[in-house]
Ligand binder design. Structure first.
Ligand SMILES: Nc1nc2c(ncn2[C@@H]2O[C@H](COP(=O)(O)OP(=O)(O)OP(=O)(O)O)[C@@H](O)[C@H]2O)c(=O)[nH]1
Ligand SMILES: [Mg+2]
Length: 435
């Protein structure tokens, strides 16, 4: 299943397109309707020609609301990239593309909208302009459909293209470890607290006990809704509303996560592979260095972060390096999670990357052995990552290895390691102990 996020410069017609496609106006607030401007995330859903149902997250384009955009983009698996044909590529087109790039979003459709407002020649120029800007990104070659939310020209073609792209895109993976990044909390009279978000990582079922992270509060799922319909269970890659028994209204907020108890740990120190996209994507060419002041966005959460580069002095445009991050607020992150980094001083989205080790060893970071460990952990399948860690230490608590490699359970860390009570032991270390 997929949740598709809009992206694109302010006023380019994202919300109008979502309304035209779905019949649902994603601008929920009176102020948004009055100002004709999206301020916060909006939500809609759509049945595509094949019968596939997708959730849509509509984001604001105004640069002042980029935090809200990132809170929405943190959960999506594909995008609807909107560029108005009468304006072409603009600064927030570049900022949103930068975010999607570091989040690893490689599936999407480009809507060249407001096609009714331009002549054929202008439309062709806009098409070339957008093609050129997307060329260095993961969205290079994405289908581009000229359309209009006013005349409805191109809308059927747009839905068909989205259907086609999603048929080829891998859905949100099921790792047996559900996590829902909360983007809204509200109360319903008589029913209590409802949290909504984009679910990933596994299934939530009615009656499940869940944990709020990072607070550790417990609650029980009373009912589940997706696209306003009640369901018994919901898998990854869906918009979800959970009615939680035992949680007061102020017990959760945007940026918290709902998870399975005991399977996640909110962490503050993590090792990551940091990427700064080329200037042809970001439009600014700013580097990431150890002196800057940065904000990390992951899922629907945001926190100030300090960073230390481990195998570089600076990460310039088009470069990447390993880094150790210290988050001000702990977050339930796992290996393979993506994040966006914003420069708080220059107010720009500068890069992002992927978490390589959510529970790094204490001790000196950035030694050749440490960097070599990160090389081996990056992209490794959970059993291989587990073996790498246990061989390095000789023995480690099994529960810690499971959390650290992002496996769903101890079965997921592989069979060529030995058990000793609650510990996992490498073959070499076991032989030494036996001797
Ligand atoms: N002519 C024409 N106007 C459009 C079209 N789509 C949107 N508009 C107009 O463009 C303006 C902005 O549309 P929105 O949908 O609010 O733009 P947005 O991208 O959601 O804006 P933000 O959410 O604030 O970033 C509105 O006045 C719309 O009526 C279109 O296809 N053709
Ligand atoms: Mg809008």
């Amino acid at each position: 299943m997929h949740v598709v996020g809009t992206a694109g410069h302010v006023d380019h017609g994202k919300s109008a397109l979502v309304t035209a496609l779905t019949g649902i106006d994603p601008d929920r607030f009176e102020e948004e309707k009055r100002r004709g401007l999206t301020i916060d995330l909006g939500f809609a859903w759509l049945t595509l020609p094949s019968g596939r149902e997708v959730g849509l997250v509509d984001v604001p384009g105004h640069e002042r609301f980029i935090r809200n955009m990132l809170a929405g983009a943190g959960g999506v698996t594909a995008c609807l990239f909107v560029v108005a044909a009468n304006e072409g590529w603009m600064p927030q087109s570049a900022e949103h593309l930068t975010a999607l790039e570091v989040l690893g979003i490689s599936h999407g459709v480009v809507a060249l909208t407001k096609a009714d407002a331009v002549d054929a020649e202008t439309l062709e120029i806009a098409r070339l302009d957008v093609t050129e800007h997307l060329a260095p990104s993961r969205l290079a070659g994405a289908p581009m459909i000229a359309c209009s939310a006013v005349t409805r020209e191109g809308l059927d073609e747009l839905a068909a293209a989205l259907d086609d792209v999603l048929a080829r895109a891998p859905g949100a993976p099921d790792a047996g470890r559900p996590r829902l990044w909360i983007d809204r909390v509200f109360t319903i009279a008589g029913a209590g607290t409802v949290v909504t978000g984009t679910g990933s990582g596994g299934w939530f079922r009615r009656g499940d006990e869940v944990e709020l992270q990072p607070s550790g509060r417990r609650a029980r799922i009373r009912t589940i809704q997706s696209h306003k319909r009640e369901v018994d269970a919901i898998g990854p890659g869906n918009r979800v509303a959970l009615n939680l028994a035992g949680l007061e209204r102020h017990g959760a907020r945007r940026g918290d996560a709902v998870v399975t108890p005991g399977r996640w740990r909110a962490v503050r120190t993590l090792d990551v592979l940091l990427t700064v996209p080329p200037a042809s994507i970001t439009d600014h060419g700013l580097p990431v260095g150890p002196k800057g002041s940065y904000l990390l966005h992951a899922g629907s959460a945001e926190t100030p972060v300090r960073l230390r580069l481990l195998d570089a002095e600076e990460v310039g445009p088009g470069e990447r390096a390993f880094a150790r991050l210290h988050l001000r607020d702990p977050l339930p992150l796992t290996r393979g999670d993506r994040f966006v980094l914003r420069d708080a001083g220059r107010v720009a989205t500068v890069g992002g990357g992927e978490i390589v080790d959510p529970l790094p060893d204490r001790g000196r970071a950035g030694t050749p052995e440490h960097v070599e460990l990160l090389h081996r952990l990056h992209g490794a399948a959970p059993p291989d990552a587990a073996r790498t860690l246990v061989e390095r230490h000789g023995l480690l608590p099994a529960a810690e290895v499971v959390l650290r490699v992002g496996a769903n359970a101890e079965g997921g860390v592989g069979s060529d390691l030995h058990r000793l009570g609650s510990l996992l032991v490498s073959p070499a270390h076991r032989d030494a102990l036996a001797r």
